[in-house]
Design a protein around this ligand. Structure first.
Ligand code: ATR
Length: 284
């Protein structure tokens, strides 16, 4: 009897991960014979754990989560362009003995905005907050949607400047691309879409941006999610934002894109997002 293709999400800690539930739903829905589990790698033993995993022929792919995405990037033989720009990998697979790395986070954000929430990105003025790993993963996919302007801001301004500079350098034909790095206290005008890619909702800190950047037409997206509304979204709602979304849909969409990369089949995400949202609601 043929053994099932095996997949897993690898991180530390990992027991909280929703990825097994999501991918098991996708597999059922698309009739794919596969199993998906969690692997907790030791903090000092990520690369060894990945090598051992791929030494078994039935082990086909890994999702990578905190804190290993940069280490995954560093160990790949080949990278997708989006993983190369993000300098982080959340999807690994072996093809003819070659370890491939991809990054599906940005695609996940864009699909959640556009498909699940009918939010237009093209022609819109966007503020992206943060210049760490989360921001690096979504910057290029957002630019690919042709916003009228993407303003990147960060507590440590030099990191925002470096990311915009690297984008312009790498995508030469976009040397005049409509993206700028701006200091937090120099932001002006209003924004159609404000995306929080910082980890500040974890600490519950008040957002360091002026309330005048938000209008009644502004959509706010916090890439974090939790049982309760994130502190960033609580603040944005109080400023009168039109809509405040959290990152649950992005979590499902990045998984769907990883599933597509591995299996060549696009799962439908709607029922999965609804199911996870209902579970969170029930656990309140
Ligand atoms: P991640 O991979 O989740 O992006 P990270 O690389 O550690 O994590 O980046 C965290 C981001 O959140 C950074 O942009 C960080 O700003 P700095 O570059 O100045 O450190 C931002 N951040 C975290 N806590 C913050 C806070 N309280 N106020 C503003 N920005 C914060």
């Amino acid at each position: 009897m043929a053994t099932l293709d095996q997949y897993a999400v690898i991180g530390n800690p990992i027991s909280h991960s929703k990825s097994p539930e999501i991918h098991t739903l996708f597999a059922k829905q698309t009739n794919q014979a596969l199993a998906y589990t969690t692997i907790e790698a030791p903090l000092d033993g990520f690369m060894g754990t990945v090598k051992n995993f791929f030494a078994e022929p039935q082990n086909k792919g890994l999702n990578v989560t905190v804190p290993f995405k940069e280490q995954a990037f560093a160990m790949c033989d080949e990278l997708s362009p989006r993983a190369a720009f993000a300098e982080a990998v959340n999807t690994l697979y072996m093809q003819n003995g070659v370890l491939w790395g991809d990054n599906t986070d940005g695609c996940g954000l864009v699909n959640d905005l556009r498909q699940n929430n009918a939010i237009k990105i093209a022609g819109r003025r966007i503020l992206l907050l943060g210049a760490g790993g989360a921001s690096k993963g979504v910057f290029q996919p957002l630019m690919a949607e042709s916003p009228s302007e993407l303003v990147l801001t960060n507590r440590t301004a030099a990191k925002a400047e470096a990311l915009v500079g690297r984008y312009k350098e790498k995508f030469v034909k976009n040397a005049n691309a409509p993206c700028i790095a701006e200091n937090l206290d120099a932001l002006n005008g209003t924004f159609d879409l404000i995306i929080n890619a910082t980890s500040m909702s974890l600490s519950g800190d008040a957002p360091p941006i002026a309330r005048r950047l938000i209008t009644q037409h502004t959509v706010v997206y916090d890439m974090m999610y939790g049982k309760e509304q994130t502190s960033f979204n609580v603040w944005a709602s109080a400023q009168g934002a039109a809509l405040c979304l959290d990152g649950l849909g992005m979590l499902v969409e990045q998984a769907a894109e990883a599933f597509r990369v591995w299996r060549g089949i696009q799962p439908c995400t709607k029922s999965c997002v609804e199911r996870l949202a209902n579970k969170i609601e029930e656990s309140r």
